[in-house]
Design a protein around this ligand. Structure first.
Ligand code: HEM
Length: 64
């Protein structure tokens, strides 16, 4: 329960979800992700990487 909710709910929850969506959008669309070292992936049901997942993130070339 990242934002609470049993008795009280975080009033910034929707704001933060929008901020995270914008952040992830830029991280995926403006940067190239290269896997450096793979590891196990466990789905239970969220994704867990017990040995980590090493990636190199580099800025893509600007097209304009
Ligand atoms: C990742 C970011 C955030 C997380 C994980 C988070 C999480 C939480 C949690 C767990 C609570 C307590 C709920 C409870 O008492 O049961 C809370 C309360 C609160 N949060 Fe956040 N929060 C985040 C960001 C924000 C932001 C950006 C704002 C404001 C712009 C904000 C404003 C508040 C306020 C005012 C409360 C108190 C609500 C109340 O007492 O009724 N939070 N938050």
């Amino acid at each position: 329960m990242a934002f609470g909710g049993v008795v009280r709910l975080c009033v910034g929850a929707d704001f933060v979800k929008l901020q995270m969506a914008i952040f992830i959008h830029h991280l995926i669309s403006s940067y190239r992700w290269t896997v450096v070292k793979e590891g196990d992936i466990i789905r239970k049901p969220g994704l867990v990487f017990p040995n980590g997942l090493h990636v190199r993130i580099t800025k893509k070339q600007e097209l304009y």
